[in-house]
Write a protein that binds this ligand. Structure first.
Ligand code: ZN
Length: 381
């Protein structure tokens, strides 16, 4: 069997069909090449299909194959090693990450594969319960031969409260600073529910940059233009690109007027060493975290999901509002799926530990040695 009949979150020529889990930059590499996507049918959620032409203007919209959460599609693939076409059935599962995010369950006669992309799996939350049911329905009791798992926060120290709990904590922080400007660091997509919660709780508009405003309108949010604005004079709360919230930028803003910065993220920005000392904070919090992250034995997260939000540095807060599953959610997911074998899809996480270290007991392939590629794995690149 030749490799790469289909590709997931990987966009270069050579595959017969392409699948996009969601529209974050690290999952769309190659989509913008050569002036627009023309290499083959591209499956994604209807929400992602709506956002794609604005994000990648050269895209050939006739190649988009929107697949709603819970829906399935059948594809016929040609294979060099067989005279007969290979039939593939794919089912979309809600990933509860950012708007439009999907997992994909692939079935071929070679086996069954589940590709999670980035996902959240909040225990006890209605949306997660529905996603779990959709996964059960799609599996119909079959075993997942190979699971590709979002292992971004696969570390036992990383357990987050549900997002609504953290959203309320953020509202309380803003309420406690009535005379401050507030900047909230966000990505180009995601955390819309958080911003909506803040806006409704505080009865205020939220500033976003123009491209972000276009995105929320394409998502069908705030069609009456009552919540989001690009006019700074209308609100003291601004959602800004995450990279722009730094200690330096906050220092500069505070020379003009009192300002606090809030980063909603699963990355804990306060660290202490094994000796219990707080490690020195770098000028850029995110960089300092990544630098120390691979040493599993020495680091300890100074993070308690039940404790109040912490002040990272003067005027800057970090709150564990995460769009990736935390450790207890990953454990529950693994117990639900119990795949034959699995691999992590993230190899550069700041707290990277091979996820098999934590979950190998939940799959039937317990061999940590050189794993043979499964027949099913060969289908996807
Ligand atoms: Zn993502």
């Amino acid at each position: 069997m030749e490799e790469g009949l289909v590709s997931v979150d990987r966009f270069c020529a050579g595959s017969q069909a392409y699948f996009l889990t969601h529209l974050h930059q690290d999952h769309t590499r190659g989509l913008a090449s050569a002036g627009g996507w023309r290499h083959g049918p591209l499956y994604c959620s209807p929400t992602t299909a709506r956002l794609l032409p604005a994000r990648f203007p050269g895209i050939d919209a006739s190649l988009l194959r929107p697949l709603s959460p819970g829906a399935s599609a059948s594809l016929s693939l040609s294979s060099d090693s067989s005279d007969r076409p290979l039939s593939l059935r794919v089912t979309a599962i809600p990933a509860l990450h950012c708007p439009g995010s999907l997992m994909y369950l692939f079935r071929v006669d070679l086996g069954c594969m589940l590709y999670t992309g980035d996902f959240r799996w909040e225990l006890g939350c209605d949306r997660a319960r529905r996603a779990k049911q959709a996964l059960h329905d799609a599996l119909c009791g079959d075993t997942v031969d190979l699971l590709y798992l979002d292992n971004t926060y696969c570390h036992p120290s990383l357990n987050f409260p549900p997002r609504p709990v953290v959203a309320e904590q953020m509202v309380n922080i803003i309420r406690a600073h009535p005379d401050h400007e507030v900047i909230i660091g966000v990505d180009t997509l995601g955390k819309e529910d958080l911003l909506l919660h803040i806006s409704r709780a505080l009865q205020t508009k939220i500033w976003v940059w123009p491209q972000r405003l276009l995105t929320v309108h394409l998502l069908g949010i705030d069609e009456n233009h009552e919540i989001f604005t690009t006019q700074t004079s209308l609100t003291r709360i601004r959602a800004v690109p995450r990279y722009s919230v730094t200690i330096q930028s906050l220092e500069a803003l505070n020379t003009v007027c009192p300002t606090i910065g809030i980063i909603p993220s699963g990355i804990p920005w306060l660290w202490k060493s094994g000796e219990g000392k707080v490690k020195p904070k770098g000028r850029s919090p995110a960089k300092s975290v990544r630098r120390k992250g691979r040493d599993e034995g020495l680091i300890e997260m100074d993070f308690d999901p039940l404790s109040p939000p912490k002040l990272f540095d003067k005027d800057s807060y970090t709150l564990p509002y995460s769009e990736h599953a935390c450790f207890s959610e990953l454990e529950d997911f693994m117990q639900t799926v119990r795949p034959s074998t699995f691999v992590g899809i993230v190899s550069t996480s700041f707290c990277y530990v091979n996820p098999r270290h934590h979950f190998r007991h939940l799959c039937s392939d317990k061999d940590d040695g050189l794993r043979q590629r499964t027949r099913a794995e060969i289908l996807i690149t």
